[in-house]
Design a protein around this ligand. Structure first.
Ligand code: NAP
Length: 489
């Protein structure tokens, strides 16, 4: 158990103001909002609540810093990112505790996320110095084509609460590497991690105005004027598909570059030839990372009819054994959900599935205690008519359905507007490749329940998004290609 004073001291030391033009400032009207600990429902602290005026000031700072930042030597930008990477590792304990307090995930997962988040900074430090162009002889020989890459310009980065640090570094890392200045708007449930990241980037040498953070409860009011202004040239958004659609409409007016990391509805498919124990472990990983509050969470688990009973029994045993509690406590594997509304939605989806004929193997009851806890839950016989087949559960609920043929399960897996990730367990290599190619998603995990990796291109197809983050192409989202034609005398 972490001592109470340590929890308090971490929160007390965390920045709570807006970070604009390299300075910590209060919101214009002095407004603040409370940040809650979802494991107790109690207030942790108050942070600045930005108004549209503050948002505009942050964008002006980013726009003012853009010309100089665009021509910073790539090595300097790489060095900033590398220093920030090391600072994150030096402070991993306090950053992890801060994240657990505001978001709820167990400390071990928070530490994992800080390391994962830092890795994006190192990855993009290495990319910053490899932004290449080209030189080509025109086909008629009368000209030369010089191709260069330039920063897109001031970027608006909007992030969700479920991975408060990694969703930030996955955007600001490539933005800095490419030479783009930015305004970051984190989710109001988890502003402290992003403010802590801003402090680290500042200490690592980010020039004033190159990174700005506005925390606010008035997301639409603050960001819409930034998008309308035409001064922001890029929106990188991670969040729900519903909000992503609205933002795309706004961006259409300014023909703004966008990257959209949106919702998911992952299928997790277990064929009868799979290593069943490995598949159960993979399902626990794919379902329970972040208590199921992940866009990559296994949302529909399809198991071949010959092995579903054994799989279900093993999965239920493992899920029921996961210790639930405050994320700061030793041994806890499952923290609370983010807030009361999130837990209510999970409970509604479970009740709806039961009405449609599903059965509970474990869990399914909201505990009568403080905090927004929901127990690890396994449901079987979940029919396609259940709402949770089509919507993100975003909670620790594993819904199982039997299938018979490969064709049938592929059709079911693809019968969704989403296309972020799917998982396949089989020991037949041909089947693994055939199914992976036929699945309509940006990513597929074969015999593994976690696909996220800073060096791999993360992103979705269909309503799961546009563009890729991380990997060799992540930096492209923040670069424009310019061709310079040179006439030959
Ligand atoms: P959300 O409600 O869409 O919010 C995401 C962010 O957008 C928050 O900062 C939110 O602030 C802001 N926002 C909401 N409405 C806005 C508007 N009209 N204009 C500007 N900003 C606005 O999503 P969430 O509940 O925080 O996060 C969960 C969702 O994110 C899930 O659907 C999950 O699948 C998705 N996600 C996707 C990925 C991926 O890489 N594909 C990764 C993680 C999460 P407010 O809360 O103040 O409205």
């Amino acid at each position: 158990m972490i001592e109470q004073h340590t929890e308090r001291s971490v929160v007390e030391a965390a920045p709570k103001q807006l970070f604009i033009a390299g300075a910590w400032v209060d919101a214009a009207a002095g407004a603040t909002f409370d940040v809650l600990d979802p494991s107790t429902g109690e207030v942790l602290c108050a942070v600045a609540d930005a108004s549209p005026t503050d948002g505009t000031a942050a964008l002006e700072a980013a726009a003012a810093a853009q010309p100089a930042f665009a021509v910073t030597p790539p090595r300097e930008r790489a060095d900033i990112l590398t220093r920030a990477f090391h600072l994150m590792h030096e402070r991993i304990d306090s950053l992890a505790l801060l994240m657990t307090l505001e978001m709820g995930k167990p400390l071990a997962e928070s530490r994992g996320e800080i390391a994962y988040a830092a890795e994006f900074l190192r990855h993009f430090a290495e990319e910053a110095v490899r932004i290449n162009g080209g030189y080509q002889v025109a086909p008629n020989g009368n000209a030369r084509f010089l191709v260069t890459r330039q920063p897109v310009g001031p970027s608006l980065l909007i992030t969700p609460w479920n991975f408060p640090m990694a969703m930030g570094t996955r955007k600001v890392g490539p933005a800095i590497a490419a030479g783009c200045t930015s305004v970051i708007k984190p989710a109001p449930q988890t502003p402290l991690s992003m403010l802590a990241l801003a402090a680290i980037l500042h200490e690592a040498g980010v020039p004033d105005g190159a990174v700005n953070v506005v925390t606010t409860t008035r997301a639409g009011e603050v960001t819409a004027p930034m998008i309308r202004s035409g001064r922001a040239r890029k929106l990188s958004f991670t969040g729900s598909t519903a909000v992503g659609r609205r933002l795309l409409e706004q961006c259409a007016d300014q023909v703004m570059r966008t990257s959209m990391e949106l919702g998911g509805n992952a299928a997790f498919i277990v064929f009868p030839d799979a290593d069943l124990d490995a598949a159960v472990d993979g399902a626990v990983a794919a379902k329970m990372r972040n208590s199921g509050e992940a866009c990559t969470a296994a949302n529909r688990i399809y198991v071949h009819v010959d092995v579903i009973d054994e799989f279900a029994a093993k999965l239920a045993r493992k899920m029921a054994a996961l210790p639930v509690g405050r994320g700061v406590n030793d041994g806890v594997r499952v923290g609370p959900l983010i807030d009361a509304a999130a837990r209510q939605k999970v409970q509604w989806l479970v009740e709806d599935a039961l009405r449609c004929g599903a059965k509970v193997l474990t869990g399914g009851e909201v505990p009568d205690e403080p905090g927004y806890f929901y127990p690890p839950t396994v449901l079987t016989d979940v029919p396609e008519t259940a709402r949770m087949r089509h919507e993100e559960i975003f909670g620790p609920v594993a819904p199982l359905t039997a299938f018979t043929t490969e064709e049938e399960v592929l059709a079911a897996a693809n019968d969704t507007e989403y296309g972020l990730v799917n998982y396949v367990y089989t020991n037949d290599l041909s089947r693994a490749l055939r199914v992976a190619e036929a699945l309509e998603s940006g990513m597929v995990g074969v015999n593994q329940g976690v696909v996220s990796h800073p060096a791999a291109p993360f992103g979705g197809v269909k309503a799961s998004g546009l563009g890729r983050e991380g990997g060799p192409t992540g930096i492209d989202e923040f670069l424009e290609t310019k061709y310079i034609g040179i006439a030959m005398a």
